[in-house]
Design a protein around this ligand. Structure first.
Ligand SMILES: NC(=O)c1ccc[n+]([C@@H]2O[C@H](COP(=O)([O-])OP(=O)(O)OC[C@H]3O[C@@H](n4cnc5c(N)ncnc54)[C@H](O)[C@@H]3O)[C@@H](O)[C@H]2O)c1
Length: 250
């Protein structure tokens, strides 16, 4: 999201043109299934109550969300025009092991482990629903195997938290002082609240999130504590050298 605000070009190229390329490749290969992994951010922002359903009109507010919404429309058009056997998933905020330290939870854990301050946007009262990456992956597999062609499935974790509550919990779990919170200027156009109604996938495909947020958060912290070398090589850009050795200049 932040990167799409700095420069939207790569997001349009990857998410819009990239999806079109994948759709055409899938058509040419006569694939039996195409799953578009989208995001709840395509629905825009909510007030203090209510939740996004699959019927909520798309109202993306950032270049990232707009590029994902455009891709979703392309997928639907291929279902309609070419009978493409595609489904779309729209998931809330992921967390878990191996997440790049540019995202909130791993960024905050890796900063706090170094006693560095953590940047909280605005008043920190933006609400997000958190889901463990394992639950998201299980939902994608369920939709891939059992989802109905042309349908959208929302995926959520039933774990709404304000960013500030989450920050305080991370500080507590890591035994760090609240003085490490640094309030920074709010992100432009920052959506206030996302909440997802995922009753359709629960009802129709019998998927449910299994990881309890508190437990998942503890496990994620333990993972980052045991994998500091991984964090260091990501933060230093060392992984880019690995990619360059494997695939050439990136
Ligand atoms: N992270 C979340 O909370 C979340 C929530 C809902 C949906 N999603 C969706 O899940 C997908 C993955 O998100 P993420 O958070 O893991 O993102 P990420 O940025 O961590 O990972 C994206 C991956 O795509 C690769 N990539 C980027 N451009 C590419 C290109 N042009 N060709 C080939 N590979 C390319 C990157 O190298 C990276 O490995 C995205 O489609 C995103 O919209 C993520």
């Amino acid at each position: 999201m932040d990167r799409s605000i700095q420069d939207s070009g790569p997001f349009v190229r990857t998410n819009v043109l990239g999806t079109q390329v994948l759709l055409d490749a899938a058509r040419a290969a006569k694939l039996s299934r195409f799953v578009q992994v989208s995001t709840d951010e395509v629905y825009g922002s909510l007030g203090p109550t209510g939740a996004f359903t699959e019927q909520t009109p798309l109202a993306p507010n950032s270049p990232y969300a707009a590029s994902k919404a455009a891709a979703d429309h392309l997928v639907k058009s291929y279902v309609h025009t070419f009978g493409m056997p595609a489904t779309i998933t729209r998931c809330s905020n992921n967390y878990g092991p191996y997440q790049f330290p540019e995202k909130l939870i791993p960024l905050f854990i890796s900063n706090l482990l170094r006693d560095e301050r953590v940047p909280v946007y605005g008043d920190g009262l933006q609400v997000r629903d958190w889901i463990h990456v394992r639950d998201h992956c299980a939902a994608i597999e369920t939709v891939w195997r059992h989802g109905k062609v042309g349908e959208v499935y929302n995926i959520g974790g039933h774990s709404e938290r304000t960013n500030l509550d989450l920050t305080h919990r991370l500080l507590e779990l890591l035994g760090k002082p609240t003085s490490l919170i640094r309030y920074v200027a709010d992100r432009p156009g920052h959506d206030r609240r996302y909440a997802i109604d995922c009753s359709k996938i629960e009802r129709e495909l019998s998927w449910r999130p299994k990881v309890v947020f508190e437990q998942g958060l503890r496990e994620t912290i333990d993972w980052y504590l045991s994998n500091q070398a991984w964090i260091d090589q990501v933060r230093s850009g060392e992984y880019l050298k690995y990619y360059e050795r494997q695939y050439g200049k990136v």
